[in-house]
Design a protein around this ligand. Structure first.
Ligand code: ADP
Ligand code: MG
Length: 383
């Protein structure tokens, strides 16, 4: 939903905005902890996202404001390579820095953001603000990048400028999402296919655990390292670039190389989860939403027991869903340890679901979850 952003812009910057853009957030439907293992993931863009409205200014500085944050930034284009420790505007600064490094002249601009993706909850508000910025400046200044270049640029910003060690899925999903379509993305080749996802009588319910972030980053890095260990061990007998090159049958022939039980569990999750994405795409192609739901539950169980990235908050949500008849599938989504879960929920049950799940969650966790009903939305657009 738009926040009367142009009006706010006029109040805050004392001039009128000349262009407004939107980029969505994303949710990963299935294929979790797969992107850094070179397999298949299945994200989609959601209808929540980030709006950016802008105008050139005569102030000699690029000025950044966001309705989501109190701090604002301003910087001369020549100072743009400087990171400002911990500030939100590092995201747009990182994008502009990339564009300047590519030899583009960036004029001084006023930029105002607003996002309704819950921030820091695994729905990728970061990829949303990166792609909103990259898409907007590319269009507004006619810089001539194609979408894949913008995706790679945004990923570099996330990895190198911000310092978050993540795969390419988030930026890709945000940039290439389409309404009512899931993206099947091969994270090794970066080839993707859109698959029709007709939700029919169902909606996508997204449930934010509201768990304060703690261990997520170090645990994420630990999982990445464990997968690299598994790959190295398997490479004693076969030559592999990525774990996801193996089917489960082939993996079973070589899994004796992995003695460590933990590493074996991690690799088993990755390979079976990758298989599940194939099955999920097939289910969508055949219009079998129930089967898709079953695969979501199976994915969650594997993330909980084999990959050990769930936690009592996410498990509480999924446990509720298993016993709540109007839900046909649910799982944690994103890196885990908190963040969000998602469920396929029968239309008409939204209110009852929210009420019952809220009570159930509060009783067990001691604070409330937030529940959003979303649709599968489009990628970035000029409004
Ligand atoms: P996630 O991507 O899971 O939402 P991250 O920690 O990766 O969480 O990214 C969140 C950060 O992205 C915020 O702390 C902020 O710096 C930036 N960000 C996202 N949306 C906005 C926004 N609307 N306005 C300003 N900064 C934003
Ligand atoms: Mg992020």
């Amino acid at each position: 939903m738009k926040f009367n952003l142009e009006e706010k812009f006029a109040q805050l910057f004392n001039q009128n905005a000349v262009a407004t853009y939107f980029a969505p957030g994303r949710v990963n439907l299935i294929g979790e902890h797969i992107d850094y293992n070179g397999g298949l993931v299945m994200p989609c863009a959601i209808t929540m996202g980030t709006w950016l409205t802008l105008s050139p200014n005569q102030e000699g500085k690029i000025r950044f404001k966001s309705l989501n944050f109190d701090e604002h930034g301003e910087m001369k284009p020549a100072e743009i390579q400087n990171k400002n420790q911990g500030f939100w505007f590092n995201y747009p600064v990182g994008i502009i820095n990339e564009m300047i490094n590519d030899g583009h002249q960036i004029p001084t601009l006023d930029m105002l953001y607003y996002g309704n993706v819950p921030i820091g909850s695994g729905l990728s508000s970061s990829a949303s603000i990166e792609i909103a910025t990259a898409f907007a400046l590319n269009d507004f200044l006619a810089l001539g990048y194609d979408k894949l270049q913008l995706v790679k640029m945004a990923k570099r910003v996330e990895n190198e400028f911000i310092g978050v060690n993540s795969g390419i899925m988030d930026q890709y999903a945000v940039a290439f999402g389409e309404k009512d379509k899931a993206i099947v993305l091969d994270c090794d080749t970066l080839k993707s296919k859109l698959v029709e996802m007709d939700l029919g009588d169902y909606v996508l319910a997204i449930i934010n655990t509201n768990k304060p972030r703690a261990l997520a980053e170090s645990k994420y890095n630990e999982r990445v390292a464990e997968c690299q260990t598994a790959l190295k061990l398997l490479n004693e007998e076969i030559s592999l670039h990525n774990l996801c090159e193996l089917t489960f049958e082939k993996f079973a022939l070589h899994s004796h190389l992995i003695q460590d039980e933990t590493i074996l569990k991690r690799a088993t999750h990755v390979i079976k989860e990758n298989d599940r994405v194939h099955l999920a795409a097939k289910a969508l192609n055949n219009g079998q939403l129930q089967e898709f739901g079953r695969l979501m539950y199976a994915s969650h169980e594997s993330l909980k027991d084999l990959y050990e990235v769930s936690g009592k908050e996410l498990d509480t949500i999924v446990d509720f869903c298993i016993n709540y008849e109007p839900v046909i599938g649910a799982r944690m989504t994103g890196a885990g340890f908190g963040g969000c879960a998602m469920a396929l929920l029968k239309k008409g049950s939204e209110e009852d679901f929210a009420k019952q799940l809220s009570d159930y969650y509060f009783e067990r966790i001691g604070y409330y979850a937030a529940i959003y009903i979303s649709e599968i939305g489009n990628g970035p657009t000029k409004l």
